[in-house]
Design a protein around this ligand. Structure first.
Ligand SMILES: O=C(O)CCC(=O)C(=O)O
Ligand SMILES: [Fe+2]
Length: 251
């Protein structure tokens, strides 16, 4: 059997255990707070295979970005990325897990509605590494409804790298008004550890990664669509600019 087949089997067996209580708790958190830890959805063997691939891909294909977008109020994006195209071309674990049926089923139960692979390929998955002092994925919303984030490496909370979010907010690309959103609703902060996963309703939850100082943080972000996303027209300014080899600075 191929390595990938063994991983699928591990995943399937893992999700056939009684995870109903964990799903129910995550579903409750998700509906109230727009985000929930779902670290129970993958076994250690799968997390380890994904981490090995991510570490390798960052080494061979990671590209530094230093950008800010008008559509999100010029909040900073300082990071190293590996794009969906590179991940699919050079690896097999991340792209294989992205469409794994048992995973999609559990995510749909947590979300309380069907979770679909993203119809716009560049937003399907991306690897992000924060490694220099001040590296951050600044305040933003995502175009598609859901994100599943796999945490491969994360510094201690004192060194940053934790996630902050404001559920129940919406993205007006002409007038993002990030600070207005920050002062009008509670900000939730989520400590993360290597091996954690979280699901977020990213189109209506303003979110960011607190700047790192001294540590290193590596994640895979998998973007997913809701049923209503599948029939909506999107513009993709921030992603298209993130993936173009744009020079540092405002774009
Ligand atoms: O790194 C994270 O935890 C979140 C990443 C994120 O928000 C994104 O890639 O859009
Ligand atoms: Fe995001």
């Amino acid at each position: 059997m191929s390595d990938l087949k063994v991983l699928y089997q591990d995943l399937q067996e893992h999700l056939e255990r009684d995870i109903a209580p964990s799903i129910a708790a995550a579903r409750r958190d998700f509906s109230y707070l727009g985000h929930a830890k779902v670290s129970f959805i993958a076994p250690d063997s799968v997390k380890k295979a994904l981490a090995d691939e991510v570490n390798e891909l960052i080494e061979v294909a990671g590209t530094r970005r230093d950008l800010a977008f008008a559509e999100t109020g010029y909040t900073p994006r300082r990071m190293r990325n590996v794009t969906r195209h590179e991940i699919a071309e050079l690896g097999q674990v991340v792209s294989g897990l992205y469409t794994a049926e048992p995973l999609l089923r559990v995510l749909s139960e947590v979300a309380g509605e069907p979770v679909h692979p993203c119809p716009y390929e560049p937003e399907q998955f991306v690897i992000t590494c924060l490694e220099k002092d001040g590296d951050t994925h600044g305040w933003h919303w995502d175009d598609f409804t859901f994100a599943l984030v796999w945490v491969v490496e994360c510094p201690s909370v004192e060194e940053g790298g934790f996630v902050q979010c404001v559920p129940g907010t919406t993205w007006n690309k002409q007038r993002p008004a990030i600070n207005r959103a920050l002062v009008s609703r509670p900000i939730y902060s989520m400590e993360l550890f290597p091996g954690d996963l979280y699901l977020m309703r990213t189109n209506t939850t303003l979110h960011r990664v607190f700047p790192v100082r001294g540590g290193r943080r590596k994640i895979v972000n998998m973007g997913y669509a809701s049923t209503s996303d599948l029939t909506r027209e999107f513009t993709h300014e921030t992603m298209d600019q993130l993936w173009a080899n744009a020079p540092a600075g405002k774009v």
